[in-house]
Write a protein that binds this ligand. Structure first.
Ligand SMILES: [Ca+2]
Length: 271
């Protein structure tokens, strides 16, 4: 806590030093004749106790927190009943069963993270996925639970695009990841959320809302610590044993929040 106060003092004193020592520099002499600046000085002094109180209550994270939106790098669909075709050429993906339970679709998405300094701590992940359309044939439309797992081995997006039905169709026999070559994934879900049958429904993950989706934070933290392990996430429905529950999905914004590594009194960041 004392370090944080010391840092706040540095910020404060850097802003106000010339005000508090009139006559000791050209800058301060100029300011002496400027009523507006003097008023700012007085206001700053009045605010000091409140700034200190805010620092005590909020901690250093709020002094150095940052956030940015990640960029989608790759997305593709895997087709169980077309196990050697690739769907990377489509701009959307498909999950669930496009017909029988032998027609399962899964999706892979990988993002390029914003420039986050080494040693930073990921504090929050917000991720929106848009449900473009829900299968309405057979038993559909059906609600599902969207499940997200961290991908743990490399895959290639490819350029495949099927002749019909977009990403829920059948893909194309071109180079790129397929159902038969799908990458490995973590042993547990990083996040899950219920999805309605409404076209346009937005599945929103926000790890600040206490929805037990903090696995997303752990995933992004691992990628910040070692960018070579960023193979993205796999999307699927938890009801892969239920027919006619496929849906076309589009990625929305992925926003990463982090705090910078602590800076010690000697001015150096921690290793
Ligand atoms: Ca794609």
């Amino acid at each position: 806590m004392s370090l944080q106060l010391e840092r706040l003092y540095y910020v404060y004193s850097a802003d106000t030093a010339i005000f508090s020592r009139p006559g000791r520099s050209v800058a301060s002499k100029t300011i002496q004749h400027d009523g507006t600046d003097r008023m700012e000085q007085e206001n700053s002094l009045r605010l000091l106790p409140f700034l200190l109180l805010i620092a005590l209550l909020t901690g250093p994270a709020d002094l150095e927190a940052d956030s940015a939106v990640a960029t989608l790098a790759d997305d593709t669909t895997l087709y169980e009943n077309f196990p050697d075709t690739n769907g990377g050429g489509d701009s959307a993906v498909c999950i669930g069963n496009a017909g029988t339970t032998a027609n399962t679709r899964r999706a892979l998405l990988r993002y390029t993270l914003p420039a986050i300094p080494a040693g930073s701590t990921v504090t929050r992940v917000e991720w929106a996925l848009v449900q473009d359309s829900v299968r309405d044939m057979g038993a559909g439309p059906l609600p599902v639970t969207l499940v997200v797992r961290r991908v743990t081995s490399a895959w290639v997006e490819g350029t495949g695009s099927g002749p019909s039905s977009g990403p829920c169709g059948q893909g194309q026999a071109v180079a790129g990841v397929t159902w038969n070559t799908q990458p490995t994934v973590a042993g547990a879900d990083s996040a899950s959320t219920a999805m309605t049958t409404l076209n346009g429904f937005i599945a929103l993950f926000d790890t600040n809302t206490g929805t037990a989706n903090d696995g997303l934070i752990a995933d992004v933290q691992a990628w910040v610590d070692d960018g070579a392990t960023n193979f993205g996430w796999r999307l699927a429905v938890s009801e892969e044993g239920t027919a006619d529950n496929s849906r076309r999905m589009e990625h929305g914004a992925l926003t990463i929040h982090w705090k910078l590594p602590p800076i010690f009194a000697d001015g150096f960041e921690s290793p």
